[in-house]
Design a protein around this ligand. Structure first.
Ligand code: FE2
Length: 342
């Protein structure tokens, strides 16, 4: 049995400042608190400098709230874990500065973790053993699985991430950030009145996907005033969801067959989408596989998963020295040597 630990996790790869207190005891992870504050806009997208301002403004309050909910104080914390990469530099820098300061102030170890790997490792709390992860978020669209000592990317987007694609489509429609939930709502309205499916490009190349061609076609439809009525807008939202989620599930299924794995786990904010969840469950049912859909609080960017991975890495003998705790905005999933899996 590994050492019991109380860890404070800090997440700041993009729009969210997250803080979470996780207790590891008797080989079990207990997420005592998982608090988030997300930067949102009424119109327009994310501006990196605004993210850092948001994170600076809220970090103290979010951390205090995470400690209060967990009924712990800073003095109880034994390990600080933070997302070191990949992500937006302006945002990552705030989390790493907070984490480094706390580690120095409290004289406790620091561990920098990879955000994408954390999305996979949180599946542990759902008794997952060896899954394929469909990671569908703003900047990231990857199919990841463990193979030969590393988490390897078996498929990914060749251009824009699924969430960024949906947000840019939403921006063209005049929606704010995040646009995904609003697009989903319109797709549901279309389904309630027998939606009309509009044929759209379906771009799957092996285990990779591409959204930029579709993005241009949708932008042109909006600019050329082809979507005049609310019903037409709802139908296009419905058709976009059906098309892009089918692409994601096709490549996930191909990766499961290729890796001979029988578990799919969802991760990323886009995985909160009800239609994507439904399609994932159907695909797994069809191939007799287990479909693990974590609660939404663990699908979106959150510090709970950062703390869980931090504890696993620390217990395997890893530690991040202050001198090497700089951020890695372009860190890849397969850059990480996995030494914590038995
Ligand atoms: Fe994420």
């Amino acid at each position: 049995m590994k050492k019991s630990l109380l860890c404070l996790g800090i997440e700041t790869t993009a729009h969210t400042f997250g803080a979470s207190v996780v207790l590891y005891e008797k080989d079990k992870f207990n997420v005592l608190s998982n608090v988030r504050d997300m930067y949102k806009t009424e119109k327009g997208g994310l501006v990196p400098v605004m993210l850092s301002e948001h994170h600076v403004e809220c970090f103290d309050r979010v951390i205090k709230e995470a400690l209060n909910i967990s009924k712990k104080s800073l003095d109880d914390i034994q390990l600080i874990s933070f997302s070191q990469g990949p992500g937006i530099g302006h945002a990552l820098r705030i989390g790493s500065a907070v984490a480094r300061s706390l580690s120095l102030q409290l004289k406790i170890p620091l561990i920098g973790v990879n955000h994408c790997v954390a999305h996979l490792e949180i599946a542990t709390i759902y008794d997952s053993s060896d899954p394929v992860l469909l990671y569908a978020s703003g900047a990231n669209t990857q199919i990841i699985a463990y193979d030969g000592g590393k988490y390897r990317v078996f498929g990914e987007t060749l251009d824009v991430g699924i969430g960024n694609f949906l947000d840019s489509f939403g921006r063209d429609l005049g929606l704010g950030f995040p646009a995904g939930p609003k697009i989903d709502l319109m797709a549901q309205k279309a389904k309630e009145r027998n939606a009309k499916y509009i044929e759209l490009p379906y771009n799957v190349k092996g285990m990779d996907v591409s959204f930029s061609g579709l993005q241009t076609i949708l932008r042109n439809k909006i600019r050329n005033n082809e979507l005049k009525t609310q019903e037409q807008i709802e139908d296009i939202c419905y058709s976009v969801e059906e098309t892009v989620f089918a692409m994601l599930l096709e490549v996930s299924e191909r990766a499961m067959a290729h890796c001979e794995k029988n578990e799919l786990v969802l991760g990323g904010g886009v995985a909160c989408n009800s239609r994507l969840k439904e399609m994932a469950q159907q695909m797994c049912k069809d191939r007799n596989a287990k479909c693990i859909i974590p609660e939404n609080q663990y699908l979106v960017d959150n510090a709970g998963m950062i703390a869980v991975l931090g504890i696993k890495m620390y217990n395997a003998g890893n530690i991040t020295k202050i001198e090497t705790s700089h951020i890695n905005p372009y860190e890849r999933t397969d850059d990480i040597k996995v030494n914590w899996k038995e």
